[in-house]
Design a protein around this ligand. Structure first.
Ligand code: SF4
Length: 195
């Protein structure tokens, strides 16, 4: 169903991608894509973003929710990248995990998308699909799910499988009203009868 999956966040460079992923927490990629072009054209480099007035950034981010917290994350990320990393997002999960608003999922999604690093980000879609398809158990944490998926798929497929599961969960195996009637993997889905 998704043979050539692509990340749906719009970005033009490493820091735009990292910030877009941070902004996508608790909202949709489509919604993030409505604010990031405004944010990154108003503040078109990291220096400007670092020195941005937080109220101006909040106003731009308002449509995506949690905008006050996220505005602070954006400015702090810009400051750290300028002051500590010479404006380059590090290709190192141990460094990235210390950035504001960045958790394990964000690290994995960023490294996989931008650096083609083998990683599986477990977001809400990957978690739901994994559980429905019994690739993981109902009470498994996102970390346990990540480890299980890494065992089930070859390392060189992790990034692609992550994207496929995201798109499958977003558009087909949705949280509410999944499209079970015309699901191509219905025959291997144990969950279909209960929904
Ligand atoms: S049959 Fe339904 S619940 Fe199972 S994978 Fe397909 S859409 Fe999801």
């Amino acid at each position: 169903m998704y043979p050539n999956p692509k990340c749906e966040l719009i970005y033009h460079n490493d820091y735009e991608l990292l910030i877009a992923i941070v902004l996508s927490a608790q909202t949709t990629d489509a919604r993030v894509n409505t604010v990031t072009p405004i944010l990154f054209s108003r503040f078109d480099n990291l220096e400007k973003l670092k020195n941005a007035n937080v109220n101006d950034v909040e106003l731009i981010l308002k449509p995506i929710g949690s905008f006050r917290k996220k505005a602070r994350y954006v400015i702090d990320i810009a400051r750290i990248l300028v002051d500590k990393y010479n404006c380059k997002v590090p290709c190192d999960g141990n460094e990235l995990i210390n950035f504001p608003g960045v958790g394990r999922k964000t690290v994995n999604v960023f490294l996989s998308e931008f650096y083609n690093f083998p990683a599986i980000g477990v977001d809400t879609h990957v978690e739901r699909v994994s559980k429905r398809l019994k690739l993981a158990k109902k009470n498994d944490s996102v970390l346990v799910i990540e480890k299980k998926l890494m065992k089930k798929f070859p390392r060189n497929e992790w990034g692609k499988r992550h994207l496929q599961m995201v798109l499958f969960g977003r558009y087909h195996c949705k949280a509410i009203k999944p499209e079970c009637d015309h699901c191509k993997i219905r025959n291997i889905c144990i969950e279909k009868k209960k929904i």
